[in-house]
Design a protein. Structure first.
Length: 578
């Protein structure tokens, strides 16, 4: 069992791996020396009647060899452990960097709990692979060869027995491992399912309690946990069976060596010291194979964890900036009008296009509203503007420049985005605001809260801006959370403001406060509003109406209302004024 992908990752720690191999060679030398010296001492005492004084130096040497063997084992484990820590740290960093480049649309399709389990437990499961299994593969390849290299010149018959019996252990290890592989795969899948489901239950606990389903979900979690426990027990049973079989094979193989040496010694065909040396060395010859068998299941668990990790690293990243256009920004190039030219987009090549031949113009310092029925393509257009995805065909330009050639980091600095459901971190009010502008002063934070009509509420909190707001802002109402997101936009003060359904999920009073805040915020900015409540777009400079992935109408509120089109049906959904 060997993973090329994991080996590529392991090569980043070449020095530690080489040190592990070197310590393995040294350990092999100490093992052979210890067996030879011990057999010589015993032969000298029992056959030559050597006294303690005569074997004193040999005993000191034996003690030093035992000490050296312990130090070599420690060094091997230390270098392997260090390599494992560094590899896992680098891999976790690489994963986070990759996820940072992946489109939020791709991330939202993944289960958060399962991703979290992979990023934490999945990578930690690789510890056994890099720290135990992989070094043991090298040790198993080195130590038996050292033993054979020493034994064959002394007694080729014993060497041949070693060669013939050694493959039995790996063969049975692989045969048993095939069944273990299936169960380990089930175990890892079940762990991901358990983590994902448990995370979903915690996130939706309020809803479950409101519908009286929290206890039933406890039963579901218990059921999934029992399934995971059952699979884990199967894996452990196979692991114990494997260990038992490998121990039996190693014991039988050692017994074969002992029997053939004993018979030949009885008939005087082999020297006592040499036979004792081989007999002492026999357990150490089979020991690496037994250790590899014991580590086999840990390595298998790591490989199955890696499969999910590599699935995450294969998620497509957002389009990268073309490097030769970066001079625009250092030359003082600034934000300008945005234009869609025959833009088409499809999430899947096998599916119908979500957007078809989209053409419109967003002038600077003007308010544009984007409206349309559910599924018309509004969110897709926002994702295109935010560079989370790129068009299947057509062109999006900013001040005449291809948006795909614009450096993403610079482009996002030009945008203040207030999403429909703004994400608030489980941190203080101030920390959530500083996301928009990390270097903002205390006065700037207070001014942003004031403009967002939120300062009085924040001041009423026991710790003011140092108050923790809970995960996803659970301690705030929907309107308060929305106004905190607007305060972020005030603090960032970017030239392009995107508002995605800013008043959809708030009450009438909060809606009015949010409108007042947005009116101040939109001054001297390019504003794009995506709205279902059409009362918030009546005064837009232009309204773009989408229908079934195409631009159906463009114009002012009164002009669009006067015509018999999609916009009129959105304002009067039952065909008459209300």
């Amino acid at each position: 069992m060997f993973s090329r992908d994991l080996w590529k990752i392991a090569r980043s720690e070449k020095l530690s791996l080489l040190a592990t191999i070197l310590f393995g060679v040294i350990l092999g030398g100490f093992i052979v020396s210890q067996a030879w010296l011990l057999s010589s001492i015993i032969a000298g005492v029992f056959l030559q009647q050597n006294t303690l004084g005569e074997i004193r130096h040999a005993l000191i040497g034996l003690l030093l060899i035992i000490l050296g063997r312990g130090l070599a084992t420690f060094g091997r484990e230390r270098s392997a452990g260090g390599a494992s820590i560094n590899i896992r740290s680098n891999l976790r960093r690489t994963l986070f960097q990759h996820l940072h480049k992946v489109s939020p649309n791709e991330i939202s399709a993944e289960r958060t709990g399962e991703l979290t389990a992979t990023l934490i437990q999945g990578i930690d499961h690789l510890d056994a692979y890099f720290r135990i299994y992989l070094p043991q593969v090298f040790i198993t390849a080195i130590l038996p060869l050292i033993v054979l290299w020493v034994v064959f010149p002394i007694d080729w018959i014993s060497g041949l027995v070693f060669v013939l019996t050694a493959p039995l252990i790996p063969v049975f290890m692989i045969l048993i491992g095939r069944q273990a592989d299936k169960e380990t795969h089930k175990q890892w899948k079940m762990l991901g399912r358990l983590g994902g489901h448990f995370h979903d239950v915690l996130q939706g606990l309020k809803t479950l309690k409101a519908y009286g389903l929290s206890k039933s979900q406890s039963k579901v979690i218990r059921s999934v946990s029992d399934q995971y426990a059952s699979v884990t027990l199967k894996v452990l049973r196979i692991a114990f069976l494997s260990g038992f079989v490998l121990e039996i094979l190693a014991t039988i193989s050692t017994a074969v060596i002992a029997v053939q040496i004993g018979l030949r010694l009885l008939y005087g065909q082999i020297d006592f010291a040499e036979s004792l040396f081989i007999l002492i060395l026999a357990p150490d010859f089979y020991f690496p194979f037994r250790q590899l068998g014991a580590a086999y299941h840990s390595g298998m668990e790591g490989i199955h964890s890696a499969e999910r990790i590599f699935e995450i690293t294969s998620l497509p990243t957002m389009p990268q900036t073309v490097s030769h256009t970066r001079h625009h920004y250092s030359d003082g190039w600034s934000f300008g009008p945005i234009e869609f030219q025959d833009v088409c987009f499809s999430y899947n090549q096998e599916e119908l296009e979500t957007l078809r031949e989209i053409n419109f113009h967003l002038p600077i310092n003007a308010t544009t509203a984007l409206v349309g029925p559910t599924g018309a393509g509004k969110s897709t257009i926002l994702s295109l503007i935010l560079k989370f995805i790129q068009p299947s065909s057509g062109l999006i330009t900013v001040a005449g420049n291809n948006l795909q050639d614009v450096q993403s980091r610079w482009w996002w600095d030009q945008i203040s985005w207030v999403p429909q459901f703004p994400y608030l971190f489980n941190d203080t009010v101030e920390a959530n605001l500083l996301i928009a502008k990390p270097a903002a002063s205390r006065q700037e934070i207070i001014e942003a809260l004031r403009k967002a009509n939120l300062l009085d509420f924040i001041n009423s909190l026991p710790e003011g801006t140092a108050t923790k707001i809970g995960e996803k802002g659970t301690r705030f109402s929907g309107g308060q959370a929305q106004r905190l997101a607007i305060a972020r936009a005030y603090l960032k003060d970017a030239p392009f403001l995107i508002l995605d359904e800013p008043t959809k999920n708030v009450d009438v009073e909060s809606e009015e406060q949010i409108r007042e805040s947005l009116h101040l915020l939109a001054a001297r900015k390019t504003l794009l509003i995506v709205a279902h409540r059409l009362s918030s777009v009546r005064f837009a400079d232009q309204i773009i109406v989408l229908d079934s992935g195409k631009v159906s109408q463009i114009g002012h509120h009164q002009d669009l209302l006067a015509s018999d089109g999609v916009y009129r049906s959105l304002v009067y959904p039952v065909g008459k004024k209300t």
